[in-house]
Design a protein around this ligand. Structure first.
Ligand SMILES: Nc1ncnc2c1ncn2[C@@H]1O[C@H](COP(=O)(O)OP(=O)(O)OP(=O)(O)O)[C@@H](O)[C@H]1O
Ligand SMILES: [Mg+2]
Length: 251
């Protein structure tokens, strides 16, 4: 079953900046697609098209259904997006209200909402944060809340834009374990090639709005020269090497 199918998608921002140029991509259900590419490549723009927040020329299908004005509301319930910037995601004064928002819109019973909010916050390492003021949290904590607002909805597809940026090393490791245990199809845009290598079944390399390479993760990531040519690897011994010396020393 195809979770996401993107056909010949192009998008130009209102100011004339061309961000996507004829993108074709397919994500099967259960696949984890790593979306890599330099700053400005179009990764975030592409994710915004996968749940209809932007719509360009071309077709995006979710489980076979094209995203149109008619289908977008229904599709958005199936496709959760964690924004690159948590401040684009969070808008309520308290953590509970942000995480509960989607469930309350679905008119879920209060007891279920409380239970699922508590569970989602625990999943991102923020158990007991319900009553905290969102704007008092650190950036990494806000990022975790943003992730919880999507996890709580139990969507069929997860789109994650730089999910581990601003997380501390333990938070990154725990989040990777959490993602690995979630069965849904996922698209993860990230510069963290180590995480991409550990989590993704497939990788697409985007540059200047075009897919430069895509395929099984091991194959695409093995093209060191290609990654380097598109600004992704600064030295042969960087992210994709064996476990780090520090990890080995500290056991
Ligand atoms: N709202 C906007 N208006 C105009 N141009 C935009 C807008 N948002 C993004 N762009 C431009 O579109 C292109 C793609 O941007 P996008 O944010 O999708 O890149 P990205 O691959 O996610 O980069 P990064 O790695 O920095 O997150 C860039 O040239 C960017 O300057
Ligand atoms: Mg981005």
């Amino acid at each position: 079953m195809t979770a996401i199918e993107i056909q010949d998608l192009s998008y130009t921002y209102p100011d004339g900046r061309v961000a996507l140029r004829g993108v074709n991509l397919r994500v099967a259900d259960g696949d984890v697609l790593g979306l890599v590419g330099p700053n400005g490549a179009g990764k975030s723009t592409l994710l915004l098209h996968c749940n209809g927040l932007l719509s360009g020329q071309g077709v995006v299908r979710i489980f076979g259904e094209p995203i149109t004005a008619k289908t977008v509301q229904r599709i958005r319930r199936r496709v959760g997006l964690v924004f690159q910037d948590p401040d684009d995601q969070l808008f309520m004064p308290r953590v509970f209200d942000d995480v509960a928002f989607g469930l309350l819109c679905q008119k879920k019973p209060a007891e279920e909402v409380r239970r699922r909010v508590a569970q989602a916050l625990a999943q991102v390492g923020l158990a007991g944060f319900q009553e905290r003021f969102t704007h008092h949290l650190s950036l990494g904590e806000r990022k975790r809340v943003a992730i919880a607002t999507v996890l709580v909805l139990d969507c069929d597809i997860l789109l994650l834009d730089e999910p581990t940026a601003n997380l501390d090393p333990r938070g990154r490791r725990e989040f990777e374990q959490l993602l690995a245990a979630l069965p849904q199809a996922k698209v993860i845009a990230s510069h963290d090639l180590g995480m991409i290598q550990r989590l993704c079944t497939h990788v697409a390399l985007l540059d200047n709005g075009r897919i430069v390479a895509s395929g099984p993760a091991a194959e695409v990531l093995a093209h060191r020269d290609l990654l380097e040519a598109h600004g992704l690897q600064d030295s042969p011994a960087s992210a994709l090497s064996a476990p780090g010396m520090v990890e080995q020393l500290t056991g």
